[in-house]
Each structure stands twice: as structure tokens, then as C-alpha cells.
Design a protein around this ligand. Structure first.
Ligand SMILES: Cc1cc2nc3c(=O)[nH]c(=O)nc-3n(C[C@H](O)[C@H](O)[C@H](O)COP(=O)(O)OP(=O)(O)OC[C@H]3O[C@@H](n4cnc5c(N)ncnc54)[C@H](O)[C@@H]3O)c2cc1C
Ligand SMILES: *[C@@H]1O[C@H](CO)[C@@H](O)[C@H](O)[C@H]1NC(C)=O
Ligand SMILES: *[C@@H]1O[C@H](CO)[C@@H](O)[C@H](O)[C@H]1NC(C)=O
Ligand SMILES: *[C@@H]1O[C@H](CO)[C@@H](O)[C@H](O)[C@H]1NC(C)=O
Ligand SMILES: *[C@@H]1O[C@H](CO)[C@@H](O)[C@H](O)[C@H]1NC(C)=O
Ligand SMILES: *[C@@H]1O[C@H](CO)[C@@H](O)[C@H](O)[C@H]1NC(C)=O
Ligand SMILES: *[C@@H]1O[C@H](CO)[C@@H](O)[C@H](O)[C@H]1NC(C)=O
Ligand SMILES: *[C@@H]1O[C@H](CO)[C@@H](O)[C@H](O)[C@H]1NC(C)=O
Length: 626
């Protein structure tokens, strides 16, 4: 039975402090990275206790245990995926019934609707349920991270400092030569590496309906056809899938950073949520958890690393007495470190549910609909998949999108929109009572984004292309709205966090979205796509003027593309930051946050690759004693 004897855990915890320097000497000689199921298997103490066995947590655990003298314990709230949970990538790669499913509070600028927040609750975290799209966003996104700090320190979080870790964190496999030739896919191996067991690879098939969708972007001004998705540019580009190139299964933190690792010093306990981090004299010394209604302490002699993701990390910090005093005290918890930024600066990529169907694409064969109506095509697809995992069933969520700068989305308005963002009173768009440091950080972010609006190289709008249905409604890749994730003060340990996207709160963000919808329409009307029977079902023809489009937004925008970030931001303390450039929590010794929470402003791409790269970069800092 797990933790059947609290005394032994607590008792050995005390011994552990003394034994830690020689932790490796107490390990059995034949061992493996292992799932701990009994108290007797636990070491008396660990060098590092990692809270959350998700995307970043398993990456860091893998890297730290490369040193055989470093002991690591990962505590994960969710369970291991079962064999029957593993599906073909076509069907999403995994099936999980037990993910976190929360609802935001009603969104006042979105017709008081509440929105779902979905997160991976499993060994592997959200990398186990995500859309497997790899992307990095723009080089300038990371340069803006670096610039939030006064001078570039040796911990360089700019693009230059991140690029080695983008390369290290994924193993790249080039697209199959025949598909690459057919669709003119290019890639530049200098942006990629083979430093990790998390793979990025390609399906062996793409639908020909993509041809007109790609061609139409060539008819519009200011749009580059970027050769490589990893080059940090903007434009139309192909991107790989987080997928094993041979088995064509999801490649994620579990099979990339846990089950493939055989090391006696790497321990993991599943099904074990952590309640809080324990502090003494301003330093983290362990974590507290409950099992079978008993409370246990797990000591960490070197550091506690919180990697619970952008929704649960602020919850754990606030429960531990680290965060905004007024929230923590309202919950009846003692404030140990008054850190106003914890849980603030919450952001996600909003989706605009505009929809223009291209009926004409169904005349281009084969297409995904043919899998249902053409038995010959379906049979070939099934045979290809079972013979060698090739064919249409090797496609996950697709591999091509337009990642457009605002200069291309709105050549006529990008300058005035940038000026409007620069000159607005930013704090007026934050919730009332926002701490002045958090407001100062928001202003710094918005000034940086106002510059980015003038750049042809920062991605603002993502438009995914589907060769069967057409161009999926645009996603805003540089959101200006900032919300919050705080503990539920009525029951901070029993109830989920209170999630407020504060969606559509900034009027310039709305104006950018209006331009995105107008671009989406021009893409269908001012190009050869006009001949493929475009049929706009949302917002619909009746919604014509800018004012009418703006009025449609509250019913047409979803504040989340499942990219929660920012709630323990890496920014200076005086800008509302929670962690410094070593990802240490301000005001606490021996405590770091390493996950999507530290992202100060979301990159202009889906964030999973950035999360892996952040984890790799910090693992190197920790190993170097920084
Ligand atoms: C549905 C969905 C689709 C997405 N699609 C894409 C995509 O296609 N491409 C892309 O780049 N990004 C995508 N993302 C985003 C990307 O997957 C995430 O940004 C990234 O995985 C976050 O990593 P993380 O380490 O911050 O958190 P996670 O990977 O979520 O890990 C956090 C872990 O902590 C655990 N945990 C939480 N609380 C506790 C506790 N109290 N005690 C112990 N453990 C705890 C959780 O169970 C979880 O395993 C998607 C996300 C989702 C949810
Ligand atoms: C949203 O709810 C608030 C408070 O109940 C109310 O004042 C407001 O009119 C509602 N807005 C909409 C669009 O329904
Ligand atoms: C824990 O306590 C709750 C409430 O007192 C009780 O319902 C539950 O059965 C207990 N669980 C265990 C495993 O003892
Ligand atoms: C069905 O698919 C096969 C194989 O792709 C193709 O040769 C055939 O023309 C298709 N039939 C119809 C009716 O579209
Ligand atoms: C995979 O199998 C299909 C169907 O048997 C076959 O047509 C194709 O050539 C095979 N591809 C490879 C790369 O082996
Ligand atoms: C595109 O849309 C069709 C129809 O909804 C769907 O079946 C298919 O999986 C989607 N993706 C790709 C890459 O075609
Ligand atoms: C900016 O907005 C804040 C918050 O609404 C307000 O307190 C402040 O007075 C405003 N500043 C100016 C210069 O208008
Ligand atoms: C456009 O789509 C709507 C909704 O699916 C449908 O009712 C309508 O008939 C379509 N119009 C055309 C011209 O196909």
C-alpha cells in the first residue's frame, strides 16, 4: 500500500537531509526509472522533487537524472495512459476520459458565456492529449522575452538563447521525399537537431485540395512562403507532427522522457496530487500530499521544481502561501511571500469562429470525405496503414498553416492599430484592483507588442488549412487580453481554481480581430478560391461593416485554443514577475517553476515546443549549478 506508514516517510525524511549528499550510494545497483508504488521503494530524501509529471516535468526529470548522483522524484496527479488509450494519430493519438475539465467564470465581454479549460491529467500531461502540432512562433517573440529584463543577462531568453534548446528538445525527421516534392515542401536542417527522444515527423500523405488553398496566399500582398517552420519567421509554412516516424504514434513526454529512460535515480509516483510546497526560513524543503486522508511530507534536499502547468502551478503556489496577499488571506492561508503576480497575466490564444466553407474542394479527389464514400480509396487507406502505417491515416491535425504578420493581415491599418496600442491607457483594461507591478508588466508587454504589430516577421494570425473543408477560422496568436487563475477562496484545497480569461478586454485586440475576419474574407473573395463556391456561415453576409463585425465578436470568439500560459511569468519583480531568468521564484530559496506558466507573452505559435525548450534550457542551468 502506498504511504501506509507516514511515520517512516516523515522519519526518514529527517534522516534524508543528512544522507542526501551521498544519495546515490544508497540506491540498489540494478534498477530502472521506476514507478514507485510502495513506501518502501521511496528514498529517504530526493535531491529534486518535481511537482507534475507533464510536458516540462518529465523533460527536466530525464535531464537531471543523466547525472547518476542526482536523485529525482516526480509526483504526478494523473495516472499512466493504458495501452487501450493509445490510438492512431488520425484519431488524436490518445483517448483520455480523465482529463481536467474546468469551466471559466462567465466572461463579461463574451455574452457572459463560460468556456471549458481542458488539460492533460496523466503521466505526460498535456503533451499526451494535445493536437501534436509543432511550432515555435516568431524569433521576435523570444527577443521580446529577453527585452523585458533591463539588460541581456547571461541567461539569454532571446531567440539566440532559445534556438539551441529548440534543436535539442526534439528529434527532427524530414518529410517523405515524394510528398515533399509533390507539395514543394522545403526544410532547413540547420534549425533542427536530434537531441531528444521526442520526435517530430511527417505523415506519408497529404490531400491535393491543399493546392488551391496554398496558391491563393500567393495572390495576396506581403505574404512570405517560409522555407522552414523552425526558422522563426512569419508566412505560410509546413510544420511537422509530434509523432514517431516509424510507428506513427504520438511522441510525447511519456515515451520521450520517461518510459524510454532506464535509470535507478529517476522515480515517479502517479495518481498523487501535491497539496502544497513546504517552506521554512524562506526556503522550500519539500512538498505535502495526502493519500487515503493522511498527510505526508516528501523532502527535497536541493530544490522543489513546480511543473504543474499554467492552471495548477499558481494554485499550488497560492496554497503554499506564495502569491497575492489579498487572495491568499481571503482563503484563510498565511502569506509567506507576498508575490502579486502569481496567477495573474493569464493568457491564451483566442479563436475566431468565422467559417467559410469551400464546397468546391470536394470536387478535388481524393479528399477526406472519400474515406467515407469511396470504398476503393478507403480500402487503399486502410491497407497502407496496416502494411506500413502510411497513407491518409498517418495525418494527425494537418501540417500546413498560414502564420501571418499584421502587416499582411491589414496592410491599411496595421500602423494605426499599433499607434492605438502604444498610446492607450493599458491598465484600464485589466481587472479593477490589479496590483501596480502587474499593471506595469502589462504596459511593458503591450509596448513590445505595439512594435511587433509593425513587423513583417511576427505572427499575429494563424489560419490552418484543411484540404477537404478549407481554411479554419483564424486564431489570434498575440493576445492582448490578460485574465487570472486564483485559488477558490471558499475551499482552496478542495475546489478547482477560479479561471477568468478576461476575454476580449482590450479594444485594440478587438480591432485586430475585425481585421483578421476581413482578411479571411478577402482570402476567399479576392483569389481563385472565389471559384470554389465559398459559403460564409459565420459571421455571415449580414455582418458587414467594421462596427457590425465588432458587435459579432462576443458571440464568435472562444478565448482559448488550449494554450494556457503566463500565470507565473518570467519578468522582473517590479513588472509583476513571479520567476527570474533562472526560473527561481522571487523571495523563496530552492524553488523554481518550469512550465507554460513562466511564459511572459505567448509565442506566435502553438506552445508545446517552447515548453520543451524552456525545460531543456533550465535543466542545463540547474546542472551547471546556476
Ligand atoms: C487539448 C490541447 C491541445 C493542444 N494542442 C497543442 C498543439 O497541437 N501544439 C502545441 O504546441 N501545443 C498544444 N497544446 C498546448 C501544450 O500541450 C501545452 O502548452 C503544454 O503541454 C503544457 O506543458 P506544461 O508542462 O506546462 O503542463 P502539462 O503538460 O499540462 O503538465 C502539468 C502536469 O502537472 C500535473 N499536475 C497538476 N496539478 C498537480 C498537483 N497538484 N500535483 C501533482 N501533479 C499535478 C498534471 O496532471 C499534468 O500532468 C494543447 C493543449 C491542450 C490541452
Ligand atoms: C452579464 O451579466 C451581468 C451581471 O449579471 C449583467 O449585468 C450583464 O447585462 C450581462 N451581459 C450580457 C451580455 O448578458
Ligand atoms: C477519507 O475521508 C472521507 C471523508 O471523511 C471519507 O468519505 C473517505 O472514505 C475517506 N477515504 C479513505 C480512503 O479513508
Ligand atoms: C475512388 O478512389 C479511387 C482511388 O483513389 C479512384 O481511382 C476513383 O476514381 C474514385 N472513385 C470515385 C467515384 O471518385
Ligand atoms: C506501404 O504500403 C502500401 C500498401 O501496401 C504500398 O502501396 C506502399 O508502397 C508502402 N510504402 C512503403 C514506403 O513501404
Ligand atoms: C479536415 O476536415 C475533414 C472533414 O471535417 C476531416 O475529416 C479531416 O480529418 C480534417 N483534417 C485533414 C488533415 O484533412
Ligand atoms: C488609466 O486607467 C486606470 C485604471 O482604470 C486609472 O486609474 C487611471 O487614472 C488611468 N490613467 C489615465 C492617465 O487616464
Ligand atoms: C451555405 O451553408 C449553409 C449552412 O450549412 C446552407 O444552409 C446553405 O444552403 C449554403 N449555401 C449554399 C449556397 O450552398
Amino acid at each position: 500500500m502506498l504511504f501506509s506508514n507516514p511515520i517512516s516517510v516523515l522519519g526518514s525524511a529527517l534522516l534524508g537531509f543528512a544522507a542526501a549528499a551521498h544519495a546515490s550510494s544508497i540506491l540498489p545497483s540494478v534498477f530502472q526509472a521506476r514507478q514507485i508504488t510502495q513506501t518502501s521503494q521511496l528514498l529517504s530524501a530526493y535531491d529534486y522533487v518535481i511537482v507534475g509529471g507533464g510536458t516540462s516535468g518529465l523533460t527536466v526529470a530525464d535531464r537531471l537524472t543523466e547525472n547518476p548522483h542526482t536523485t529525482v522524484l516526480v509526483l504526478e496527479a494523473g495516472s499512466f495512459p493504458k495501452p487501450e488509450d493509445v490510438l492512431p494519430v488520425t484519431d488524436g493519438g490518445t483517448r483520455r476520459q480523465e482529463n481536467y475539465l474546468y469551466q471559466s467564470i462567465p466572461q463579461k465581454n463574451l455574452n457572459n458565456q463560460s468556456f471549458f479549460v481542458v488539460l492533460g491529467n496523466m503521466v505526460g500531461g498535456s503533451s499526451g492529449i494535445n493536437g501534436m502540432m509543432t511550432a515555435r512562433g516568431s524569433a521576435e517573440d523570444y527577443d521580446r522575452w529577453g527585452k523585458l529584463f533591463e539588460r541581456d543577462s547571461k541567461h539569454d531568453w532571446s531567440w539566440k538563447g532559445m534556438l539551441p534548446y529548440f534543436k535539442k528538445s526534439i528529434s527532427f525527421f524530414p518529410p517523405p521525399a515524394d510528398v515533399a516534392k509533390r507539395f514543394n515542401m522545403k526544410y532547413d536542417a540547420s534549425y533542427w537537431g536530434k537531441g531528444s527522444a521526442v520526435d517530430a515527423s511527417w505523415p506519408s500523405y497529404q490531400y491535393p485540395g491543399l493546392d488551391p488553398l496554398l496558391g491563393a496566399f500567393k495572390e495576396l500582398p506581403g505574404i512570405e512562403f517560409t522555407a522552414d517552420s523552425g526558422a522563426g519567421g512569419a508566412g505560410v509554412y509546413w510544420f511537422p507532427t509530434f509523432m514517431d516516424p516509424v510507428k506513427r504514434e504520438r511522441s510525447y513526454a511519456t515515451n520521450g522522457h520517461y518510459s524510454n529512460v532506464k535509470r535507478p535515480n529517476y522515480h515517479l509516483i502517479a495518481d498523487t496530487p501535491v497539496r502544497r510546497v513546504l517552506l521554512k526560513d524562506g526556503a522550500a524543503f519539500g512538498v505535502e500530499l495526502t493519500k487515503d486522508n493522511k498527510t505526508f511530507t516528501i523532502p527535497a534536499t536541493k530544490e522543489v521544481l513546480v511543473t504543474a502547468g499554467a492552471i495548477h502551478t499558481p494554485q499550488i503556489l497560492q496554497r503554499s502561501g506564495i502569491g497575492p496577499r489579498k487572495v491568499i488571506e481571503a482563503a484563510g492561508i498565511k502569506t509567506l511571500v507576498d508575490l502579486p503576480g502569481v496567477g495573474q497575466n493569464f493568457q491564451d490564444h483566442p479563436e475566431i469562429k468565422a467559417e467559410i466553407n469551400l464546397g468546391g474542394l470536394l470536387q478535388i479527389h481524393p479528399n477526406a470525405h472519400d474515406l467515407e464514400i469511396n470504398a476503393t480509396f478507403r480500402q487503399w487507406a486502410e491497407e497502407s496503414w496496416s502494411a506500413n502505417r502510411s497513407g491518409p491515416y498517418s495525418i494527425a491535425f494537418g501540417n500546413i498553416a498560414a502564420w501571418l504578420p499584421l502587416t499582411a493581415v491589414s496592410p491599411s491599418k496595421y500602423k494605426s492599430l499599433s499607434a492605438a496600442l502604444s498610446s492607450q491607457n493599458h491598465s484600464a483594461y485589466l481587472p479593477p484592483g490589479t496590483h501596480p507591478t502587474v499593471a506595469a508588466g502589462y504596459t511593458a508587454q503591450m509596448r513590445g507588442l505595439a512594435q511587433a504589430m509593425l513587423s513583417p516577421s511576427t505572427v499575429f494570425a494563424r489560419i490552418l488549412l484543411n484540404g477537404t473543408t478549407g481554411a479554419v477560422g483564424p486564431v489570434l496568436n498575440q493576445p492582448f487580453s490578460r485574465g487570472s487563475v486564483n485559488i477558490d477562496t471558499t475551499d482552496p484545497f478542495g475546489r478547482p481554481p477560479v479561471i477568468d480569461f478576461n476575454g476580449l478586454s482590450n479594444p485594440v485586440e478587438r480591432a485586430v480581430m475585425v481585421e483578421m475576419i476581413k482578411f479571411y474574407r478577402r482570402y476567399h473573395s479576392d483569389t481563385a478560391l472565389a471559384k470554389l463556391a465559398p459559403n460564409e456561415t459565420a459571421p455571415g453576409k449580414a455582418v458587414a461593416s467594421d462596427a457590425e463585425i465588432d458587435a459579432w465578436l462576443p458571440s464568435g470568439v472562444t478565448p482559448s485554443d488550449w494554450h494556457a500560459a503566463g500565470t507565473a511569468a518570467m519578468m522582473p519583480l517590479e513588472l509583476g514577475g513571479v520567476v527570474d531568468q533562472t526560473l527561481r521564484v522571487y523571495g523563496v530559496k530552492k524553488l523554481r517553476v518550469i512550465d507554460a506558466s513562466v511564459i511572459p507573452t505567448l509565442p506566435g505559435g502553438n506552445p508545446c515546443h517552447a515548453v520543451y525548450a524552456i525545460a531543456e534550457k533550465v535543466a542545463d542551468l540547474i546542472k551547471a549549478g546556476v
